[in-house]
Design a protein around this ligand. Sequence first.
Ligand SMILES: C[S@@+](CC[C@H](N)C(=O)[O-])C[C@H]1O[C@@H](n2cnc3c(N)ncnc32)[C@H](O)[C@@H]1O
Length: 212
Amino acid sequence: MKIVRDFFANADIDSRGRAVDVGAGTNLYPSLAMLPFCSHLDLWEYSASNVAWLRRQVAGFGENWDAFWDIYREQPAYAALSDPRVALAERTEVHQASVFDLPDRRWDLGTMFFVACSLSTDLTEFRRAVHAFVGALKPGAPFATAFMAKSQGYFVGDDWFPAVAIDATEVESCLATVATGVTVTSIEVGAPLRDGYSGMIVATGRTTTDPQ
Ligand SMILES: C[S@@+](CC[C@H](N)C(=O)[O-])C[C@H]1O[C@@H](n2cnc3c(N)ncnc32)[C@H](O)[C@@H]1O
């Protein structure tokens, strides 16, 4: 959160633009990270139950998110936003749609956290999802994205969820053709939340201004 917060706070973003969070899930921390830097925020999520959750939370988010906002507002750009609940409710639109249906070059900034690495075990699909996300942003747009490192997949109850076991080198190589000023940070986790992964990877950068 702090890496993403400091990146956006220092990216000189025109706050009249449109932001997108792809694969928002049941999480508001990416939305809150972009809230001071956009006048409209699109949440692009595939799952119907997550879309329903997002619509409820956008209308008035729960108190547990205040602890997240406390970290963001250590930065003046965030502290200047007087009421994040009202701002989120006023600016946000939730869409039920796939990363693979994103239009090209529509948004001014974006986030996509832990989505491309957990679609399947297929590395080609991972790259396609990352490129669809970056391609949905306008030339020169700042973005932040994160991945589980070397994830082997995981169980939720009795259901197996696949993942692709990427590392920081794969993230760098995937972004090299579509982004500039990319910083890839590996985050070690002391006590993993589950078996079968080895930390997290955060990447920030700007979309390339060259034709792709
Ligand atoms: C591991 S969760 C991450 C959620 C959230 N971004 C976070 O950081 O906690 C992956 C999310 O991607 C969504 N997802 C899966 N396939 C997708 C697709 N093709 N297009 C958009 N979202 C997708 C899932 O429904 C889920 O909400």
